[in-house]
Design a protein around this ligand. Structure first.
Ligand SMILES: [Zn+2]
Length: 352
């Protein structure tokens, strides 16, 4: 199950870095790499074919077309990988200790609780951890939901990707935010980190993220998990460490996932991580997987894109954006929603 999901999630994500990440995610032997690439290449044109069919429009097209949040009370609806988001707040593209990346994707929207948490992490890591600031990758679309490219999850505004690349000491241009490549933390052996780019500050940053109560999981590549385990081997308090989870990819960025916020009544959570710190047998298993990956199994279970019918019923309302009951249609929705969600949230320009 992990296999195809990781592939689908990662291939289109970040151009070259993502392609490389995908190779990790489904680490193929030399001879398989071509096959994988072909598969990935096939995926793109086949979309046009599917779109030509009248039946159900994939939900990713509907949600991908929504440019503004639904001006409703903030709520995460459904599951991380099957749901949507009402009343999203925007992470301002610039903050005192962060910059949002890939602005053209318009994915700097999240549940206000998550947006606030990312901002807090940025500020606190800068203040206490010697981390210069966050480069923030994808959070969610304005109304959440499935995406046209990348990510099985990130649908309910409770997932955020943060680059391992430290924020430069200047404001990046919009162009740089599109084109700058993230840095992989992996050494050539792919089971350890590269000391040229990996630092103690990375460990502190991950520890801080995982230590927040709202954070349930922080996904990282097994080699990174290993580095964190080694750096904190003597720590007595290890609850945070269990939240740092090994996963495919995630050596250009880490992925923060928070719990269902209060008030998100139809939000479907995940079981909590348990007490195993993940530094023992589990890590060994993962390292074996990424070093000598298994042959790809049977084809992806999730071949067909999710349709609106498969999402929680409320996602129709979210998609409609409360259009059925507009108050003052004169004003653009986003600022209203952002205001409602979080006073400080600004509408971001998000131009290409
Ligand atoms: Zn992610």
């Amino acid at each position: 199950m992990r296999f195809p999901a990781a592939l689908i999630v990662l291939v289109p994500l970040l151009a070259l870095p993502a392609f490389l990440a995908a190779q990790d995610a489904a680490p193929a032997k030399e001879e398989d790499t071509g096959k994988e690439a072909k598969k990935a290449a096939k995926k793109v044109p086949s979309k046009a074919k599917k779109a030509a069919k009248p039946p159900p429009t994939p939900a990713k097209e509907l949600f991908g077309a929504a440019k503004t949040p639904a001006p409703l009370a903030a709520r995460s609806i459904g599951f991380y990988a099957k749901g949507c988001l009402a009343g999203a707040a925007a992470l301002p593209i610039d903050g005192p200790a962060w910059q949002a990346m890939r602005l053209s994707r318009n994915r700097n929207w999240g549940h206000p609780v998550l947006v606030a948490l990312v901002e807090k992490l940025a500020v606190e890591a800068r203040k206490h951890d010697g981390w210069p600031g966050l480069l923030v990758g994808d959070i969610s679309q304005p109304r959440g939901g499935p995406m046209l490219t990348g990510h099985a999850s990130h649908q309910v505004g409770l997932d955020a990707d943060v680059w391992f690349t430290p924020m430069p000491d200047r404001r990046l241009t919009a162009k740089e935010r599109e084109e700058l490549s993230a840095t992989s933390m992996l050494a050539e052996d792919r089971v350890s980190v590269n000391p040229q780019v990996w630092s103690e500050a990375h460990v502190r940053l991950l520890k801080r993220a995982a230590s927040y109560k709202d954070v349930e999981r922080v996904l990282v590549h097994p080699a990174i998990k290993k580095a964190v385990c080694e750096a904190t081997a003597k720590d007595q308090e290890r609850a945070w460490l269990s939240k740092i989870r090994s996963y495919w990819g995630h050596h250009y960025h880490f992925h923060i996932r928070i719990a269902c916020p209060k008030g998100s009544t139809n939000c479907e959570g995940q079981p909590s991580v348990g007490s195993d710190d993940g530094c023992g047998a589990e890590l060994t298993r993962w390292l074996t997987l990424v070093k000598t990956p298994p042959k790809p199994g049977p084809p992806a279970p999730e071949k067909r894109p999710i349709t609106l019918d498969q999402l929680p019923a409320e996602c129709r309302t979210v998609l409609a954006g409360g259009a059925a009951k507009p108050k003052t249609p004169a004003k653009p929705a986003p600022s209203r929603a952002a205001k409602q969600a979080k006073p400080a949230a600004k509408k971001t320009s998000l131009t290409k």
